[in-house]
Structures are given as structure tokens and as C-alpha cells.
Write a protein that binds this ligand. Structure first.
Ligand code: A5P
Length: 228
């Protein structure tokens, strides 16, 4: 297993130790969340009773393959604990950028319905300021997306339409497009959040501020838990 995967797995397993019998558990999306699903699946096979609320079609499929019972947010509006990955974690504030895996809309809806949001990352995801390494994914309505693209440029972004492996526009589980918006280092992510929330045509964006209740970081030396 590559080193980075070992770190992701260690963080994922530490997070899954927080899952208690009877919980409604939000299931994240991505390569780190996959290790979470594996670890929950093992515990379910040993007798743990949980109901998983997947954040994507992909994680629903992976959960079912591992024997984890899945349901919907409609049926379970209050989630005890969600475990998900992130693309960047700002040290100190624990503000996040999420969505490089394309599931940011459902992830944010599930995170917002969760009593606890535990983020699992390897140490390469920690940054001093959001935007240091990755763009902010912005989910937009396909209708007139070019006009939304222009509006995002006015906020200082360099947007790029995300493409799928077929070279066509990537389509999210909700049928939308994603514009990966390069801002560079973001000095005031709360201000940017307000601006993005006000752009017509934007469905949701990958700034997750004030949502993470803890971040579990797999590092070369140890696994560390960060709290805001
Ligand atoms: C999915 O939309 C994302 O928010 C993921 O949680 C994020 O991209 C982290 O993915 P990895 O664990 O694969 O890096």
C-alpha cells in the first residue's frame, strides 16, 4: 500500500472508532472515505448496528458492497456522526475545501444535518490558508453556465469547467456542472463564502466553514486529532 494510503487508512480507522452502536452515520466520498467504509463494514460484519447515509451514488454502492445498511436523509433527518475526507484543511480554524471528488453538494447537505462532522485526512491536506493548493469547486446549474462562469470571474476566480474521463462536462449526482475556481490563497474565506452564496446560477460551493467538529490527521509519526 502506498505511504499516503497508509496515512489515510490510519486516520479513517481512528475516526471509525468513534462510531457507536445504533448511530445514524453520514458516509463521505473519496479515497479516504473509502477506507472509512471498509472499517465500518468490518465492524458491521462483527455485529455493529448502524444506518449509513451516503453522500454520493459511489459511496452508496461501496457501502452496500461492504454490507453497511444504507438509507436516505429524507428518512433520517438527524445524523449522529458524519465521517468524510477533505481536499484542504486550514490549521487552527479547521475550515475546509471539499469537492474535488465531485460530491460537495450532497456532502454539505449531509454535513449540515450532522451533530458531529469528523474529517479524515493525511497530513498533506493541512494548509496555513485555504486555496494554497487546490481550487474551490463550485457546483453550477448547467443552464447558462457560461454566464455564471463570467460572474465568478468578477469575484477574482479563474474558473475551469471540470471534465469527466470522456472529455465532456463532468455531471454531478444532482445533474449539475462543476467550475473549479482558482483564487490562489484566500485571505478571507468567510467573505468569499458570502460572495459565492450570492452568485445566481451557483448551487453550492466547496468552502465548508464552521462545520468540522474535529479533524483526524494521519501523519508519518502519529495520528493527531484537531479541534476548532
Ligand atoms: C468529494 O467530493 C470530496 O469532498 C472528498 O471528500 C475530497 O475530495 C477528499 O477526497 P480524497 O480523500 O480522495 O482526497
Amino acid at each position: 500500500m502506498p505511504d499516503q494510503d497508509r496515512l489515510k487508512k490510519a486516520a479513517a480507522e481512528a475516526a471509525v472508532a468513534l462510531v457507536i452502536d445504533g448511530m445514524i452515520v453520514g458516509l463521505g466520498t473519496g479515497s479516504t472515505a473509502r477506507f472509512v467504509l471498509e472499517a465500518i463494514g468490518r465492524r458491521v460484519n462483527e455485529g455493529l448496528r448502524v444506518i449509513g447515509i451516503p453522500t454520493s451514488d459511489r459511496s452508496a454502492e461501496q457501502a452496500r458492497e461492504r454490507g453497511i445498511p444504507v438509507s436516505t436523509l429524507g428518512a433520517h433527518r438527524k445524523i449522529d456522526l458524519t465521517i468524510d475526507g477533505a481536499d484542504e484543511v486550514e490549521r487552527g480554524s479547521l475550515r475546509l475545501i471539499k469537492g474535488l471528488g465531485g460530491a460537495l453538494l450532497h456532502e454539505k447537505i449531509v454535513a449540515s444535518a450532522s451533530k458531529q462532522l469528523v474529517i479524515v485526512v493525511d497530513e498533506s491536506k493541512l494548509v496555513g490558508r485555504l486555496g494554497e493548493k487546490v481550487p474551490v469547486p463550485v457546483e453550477v446549474v448547467p443552464f447558462g453556465w457560461e454566464a455564471t462562469n463570467d460572474r465568478l470571474k468578477l469575484l477574482g476566480a479563474i474558473p475551469r469547467l471540470r471534465e469527466g474521463t470522456d472529455g465532456k462536462a463532468f455531471v454531478t449526482d444532482s445533474g449539475n456542472y462543476i467550475l473549479d475556481c482558482f483564487f490562489g490563497v484566500i485571505p478571507d474565506s468567510a467573505a468569499l463564502q458570502r460572495e459565492l452564496d450570492g452568485v445566481v446560477g451557483v448551487v453550492e460551493h466547496g468552502l465548508f466553514l464552521g462545520l468540522a467538529t474535529q479533524v483526524i490527521v494521519g501523519g508519518a509519526e502519529n495520528v493527531q486529532t484537531l479541534r476548532p
